[in-house]
Design a protein around this ligand. Sequence first.
Ligand SMILES: [Zn+2]
Length: 185
Amino acid sequence: MKEIVSGIFHIPSVSEPLSSDVFIVEGEKRFYVFDVGTGDAAYEAVAGLDKPATVILSHFHQDHTGNMTRLSPAEVLCGARTRKHLGQGTPVENVTEISDGVLIRVQPCVSPHAPGCLIMTVNDACTFLGDLCYARPGTGQGEAKGMYRVLKRMKTEYFIQSHRTEDLLQGKETVLREIKDYFGI
Ligand SMILES: [Zn+2]
């Protein structure tokens, strides 16, 4: 587990078997865990936390949620689609703020990748996107336009996307430009 920004820890994604990145933010009373992955390294990191955990799930895909079958966090925040898939969790329908020594903001965002995605911003500086921006070429342009509008308005410095092997912290403008280019908007 590596500290990528003060108080934010990272367990990298794994490709075989596919497991998403896991990000752990330390608050005063709790840890805030963005996605839980499927692999043992991710499981052990989350299960071993010494404060209660609030888990935020970016979307329902197995590589981001698989370890939920063996974890029992104090709280799970997710989209309605993820709640249906898992049979647990509190659906987040509006911007939800948590102040716990860190400022956590969780909000739904339209996505060309999957229905019911959530994104999480820490201290108005780092926004975790999960797989939000990923889509097969030529698909999802309508959703991408809506997503672009939401992301452009965000108060943040960095966007952090899952499944990247380098340049984890991407500047907001860089990612906005990539979205425009990729989706042709
Ligand atoms: Zn996905």
